[in-house]
Write a protein that binds this ligand. Sequence first.
Ligand code: DQA
Length: 143
Amino acid sequence: MKKRFLIINGPNLNLLGKREPEVYGDLTLSQIQEETSLKLANFDVEVDWFQSNIEGEIISRIGESLGEELDAVIINPAAYSHYSIGILDALKMVSCKVIEVHLTNTHKREDYRRTKLTAQGADIIMEGPGKDVYFLAIYSQLI
Ligand code: DQA
């Protein structure tokens, strides 16, 4: 049976490839998207990718997802992870699984990245593997 996923990416992730490549790698978000779909080619999955730099748009997209039949919402809230009560409140309404992902291991970075607010609305947190984190989040729901 087909499994459906929504992947939400927050601010500055649209600039992957250009943004601090030594930290985030040199692939763009669309290249990561393509790589992820290739890795999923043999699975019966549908993946909807959404990116916004605007907190309210992310909150609205989470709200819209309540009416969709999803197996999981996978979210990299980026900087909002550390302080957005609005995104946390929205995630608390989601009844399917919520997986918060980060490309980097934020525990090895600046102290201010240790505050994890939106993760309180997640069932699973995966961080640190780089570009493969989106594939791994989906794969974790297929095995
Ligand atoms: C990030 C980590 C956040 O601290 C940062 O603000 C980002 C990206 C990550 O994927 O590693 O924008 O979410």
